[in-house]
Write a protein that binds this ligand. Structure first.
Ligand code: ASP
Ligand code: MG
Length: 407
């Protein structure tokens, strides 16, 4: 069971979490609980670190921000003990949850489940501080990147061979799109791992992307459910599972969107081998994730225009790198835009149906929405459009693919 920041925001809410835990114990399960920091705590800790020095040692950043989860783990253990339930808190290094040394965004490499298993044998609930691990060779504490407790939970579930992983949050499941944009959005009963992976990468913020990767690799059935349900009678939420276990055959499962996109266009780049490498290698070396790429022939046929997108947080850095390499790459001008949004439609049904994306292009054109760039993969397509059209585009696609709730 994993509980996010809003679910453990106060001691009173932690008592409610304890009731959810008790229900599962009463049903005969052995339980490991992964907790986040109280909501707002991690932001506060990050701000302290920035205040201390804008550019700081990431090992110390990790030492600071990992502390939020320690508090909630201890508190939940005390609350459970007070209810007469045996419980013990665990920090990442105590288990240990081994990670690499990419401080601030470390990846879990191994989890030794032995100590947790001993606890279960003694009838103890294990309360695990999420978001953190240890780089064993240096002995330093690491953190997994924002939202990393989801990944802690799924990785622990895999390590102890859990029957399932329940991620409790402040929404009651995964929706066909953001209900704040489309009131007719529906909660999905089931989503395939691959679809969830695309949805999380394409902007649906309910789970950390990495947690879905881990769930998919280890085939851990993962539920997203609400911690605000009555602990005695909770809803089932959304099950993220293998494609084979999904009977319902809709072609499109969800519409995601991401405002964190920026577009860069290089005009009149020489049309010769090596130019794309000259543009994209320096960006890759700077760890800038390039997403959509389109190349078109310019009017003069000897040169080409290249358009691509980067995360908006990396826009300035990308621009500077490209301007620095202006002579090496050789282009006439650089144009950029940050008021763009990427809208994506996702569904495993796209594999076996033709013309799904074409329908969308037509529907968007009829609404006067201009498409700046397109990318497709086996189970999704994305369009880059002006940010002002976000709601119109998302609503249009949501209706087009029959996702609107009835009534
Ligand atoms: N507390 C961390 C964060 O706010 C990790 C998490 O909640 O998943 O990012
Ligand atoms: Mg989260």
């Amino acid at each position: 069971m994993k509980f996010g920041g809003t679910s453990v925001a106060t001691v009173e809410r932690i008592r409610n979490v304890a009731r959810h835990v008790k229900r599962e114990l009463d049903a005969g399960y052995q339980v490991a609980v992964v907790v986040s920091a109280m909501s707002g705590e991690t932001n506060k800790l990050v701000a302290f670190a920035k205040d201390a020095a804008a550019l700081h040692d990431l090992r110390e950043y990790d030492a600071i921000v990992a502390s939020g989860e320690l508090v909630t783990a201890g508190l939940l253990a005390i609350v459970l003990q007070d209810m007469g339930i045996k419980a013990r808190s665990w920090q990442g290094w105590q288990i240990p949850i081994e990670t690499n040394d990419a401080h601030g965004a470390a990846r879990i490499e191994a989890i030794d489940g032995a100590r947790l298993m001993h606890g279960f044998e003694a009838g103890e609930v294990a309360i695990i501080a999420g978001f953190q691990g240890v780089h064993l060779p240096s002995g330093r504490v690491t953190t997994l990147g924002r939202g990393g407790s989801d990944t802690s939970a799924v990785a622990v579930a895999a390590a102890i061979k859990a029957e399932r992983c329940d991620i409790y949050t402040d929404v009651d499941g995964v929706y066909t799109t953001d209900p704040r944009i489309v009131p007719k959005a529906r909660r999905l009963d089931r989503v395939a791992f691959e679809e969830m992976l695309e949805m999380a990468s394409m902007g649906a913020k309910v789970l950390q992307v990495r947690s879905v990767e881990v769930a998919m690799v280890h085939k851990i059935p993962t539920y997203v459910r609400s911690s605000f349900d009555d602990p005695a009678n909770p809803g089932l939420g959304t099950l993220i599972c293998d494609e084979e276990n999904i009977m319902e055959s809709q072609i499109i499962t969800g519409i995601a969107f991401s405002r964190d996109e920026a577009q860069i266009t290089l005009r009149k780049v020489a049309d010769k081998p090596g130019v794309a490498a000259a543009i994209f290698m320096p960006l890759a070396e700077a760890n800038i994730n390039v997403d959509m790429i389109i190349q078109v022939v310019s009017d003069d046929a000897a040169s080409t225009d290249i358009t691509f997108t980067v995360p908006s947080a990396d826009y300035e850095k990308a621009r500077q790198l490209l301007e620095k390499d202006h002579d090496k790459i050789g282009y006439a001008s650089l144009q950029g835009a940050t008021d763009v949004v990427k809208v994506s439609a996702i569904g495993v049904g796209m594999r076996s149906h033709a013309g799904i994306a074409a329908k969308a292009f037509k529907a968007l054109a009829e609404k006067g929405v201009n498409i700046r760039a397109i990318t497709t993969s086996e189970i999704k397509f994305s369009v880059l459009i002006d940010e002002a059209y976000t709601e119109l585009a998302v609503r249009t696609l949501h209706s087009l693919y029959g996702l609107d709730a009835k009534g």
